[in-house]
Design a protein around this ligand. Structure first.
Ligand code: GTP
Ligand code: MG
Length: 330
């Protein structure tokens, strides 16, 4: 199948984006987030055009329970980095409708420094769609930010579901934030998030919480010890920090850079990213192949009867699949 010709403005858009203009970046992200078929087509062309300009940033995923201090930490870490001459982009993956216009504002106030920082770019999560859809758009946005010259990407996701895996799959380093409270560590272990962690940071290690935070950190350390590490080249450290006071933020970044050096030297970073790209391709292909299932009118009309027949035991599932394939003509 011959691919459709690209609209002439793709090259110009790519050029302006490389120049690092924020308004152009915002516009390109809006394009990537659009559901219109012609926009999708242009967006895909733009990403392809920019591919050689991507991949240079440090990509960090940050997760943790609601209120653990993710945004506060991003504000502190991001500000430290822009002060050192880095350009920082903050993205989020949150497919739930939790984040309405109001809380985007709240987020910006919790990232008060970055929100007013010329070297920082904050983009809230696309608000509608499946996790797969939201994650796909965030991945493309991440590439656009890299092409626009952002060299640190911080991707926040709330630790309540599958979105952590999606974020771990698009980043190089996965930071899990925890609270100094008892029982919290076990919860996180149950969800399997800790298996993804390249580092655990017990936040709010300040004031009365300091000793409890240290205790929690040693418990996490013991728990991590019995898990097999995600990488042969890295043992996830457990640290304490206070995003609010800025304590431990510098050492947090040192760990991230250390991880990067080791995984770059061993070749693991490149292979991890390669695997992520291939996985991404398959995810997009599956989405695309599944699309007719959701939109085909004839199938939509036939499905309730087919499902009812399968449920009632009148129709074998295999026969039902044949029938559906017939309707779709595949
Ligand atoms: N004492 C203390 N409070 C903190 C610290 N970090 C964050 N907080 C407070 O915890 C509350 C939640 O912080 P956020 O940064 O919004 O947490 P979050 O994890 O981004 O929350 P969601 O995005 O809603 O999941 C705010 O009131 C912060 O001021 C810290 O290091 N110490
Ligand atoms: Mg937040």
């Amino acid at each position: 199948m011959a691919s459709l010709p690209l609209p002439p403005d793709v090259e110009r858009l790519a050029r302006e984006l490389r120049a690092g203009e924020r308004t152009v970046l915002s516009r390109a992200i809006t394009l990537v987030e659009s559901k219109r078929a012609d926009h999708r087509h242009t967006a895909a062309g733009l990403i392809q055009e920019l591919l050689a300009d991507t991949g240079k940033a440090v990509r960090v995923g940050i997760t943790g329970a609601p209120g653990v201090g993710k945004s506060t930490l991003i504000d502190a870490l991001g500000s430290m980095l822009t002060a050192r001459g880095r350009k920082v982009a903050v993205l989020a993956v949150d497919p739930s409708s939790r984040r309405t216009g109001g809380s985007i504002l709240a987020d910006k106030t919790r990232m008060a420094h970055l929100a007013n920082d010329a070297n920082a770019f904050i983009r809230p999560s696309p608000t509608s769609g499946t996790l797969g859809g939201v994650a796909a758009k965030t991945r493309e946005t991440l590439l656009l930010c890299e092409a626009a010259g952002y060299d640190v990407l911080l991707v926040e996701t709330v630790g309540v579901g599958q979105s952590e895996i999606a974020v771990a799959d698009m980043t190089d380093f996965f930071l899990v934030l925890a609270l100094p409270g008892a029982g919290d560590e076990l919860q996180a272990l149950k969800k399997g998030v800790v298996e993804l962690a390249d580092m655990i940071a017990v936040n709010k290690a300040d004031g009365d919480n300091l000793s409890r935070a240290k205790l929690a950190a040693s418990q996490y350390g013991a728990a991590l010890h019995i898990l097999s590490p995600r990488s042969p080249n890295w043992s996830p450290p457990v640290v304490t920090c206070s995003a609010l006071k800025g304590d431990g933020i510098e050492s947090l970044w040192e760990h991230i850079l250390d991880h990067r050096r080791r995984l770059t030297a061993s070749g693991e970073l490149a292979s991890r990213r390669g695997e992520q790209q291939v996985k991404w391709m398959w995810t997009m292909l599956e989405e695309r192949l599944f699309a007719p299932l959701r939109t085909d009118r004839a199938l939509k009309a036939a499905l309730p009867r087919i499902e009812a027949d399968v449920a009632a035991g009148r129709l074998a599932p295999g026969t039902a699949v044949e029938e559906i394939a017939n309707v779709l003509g595949v």
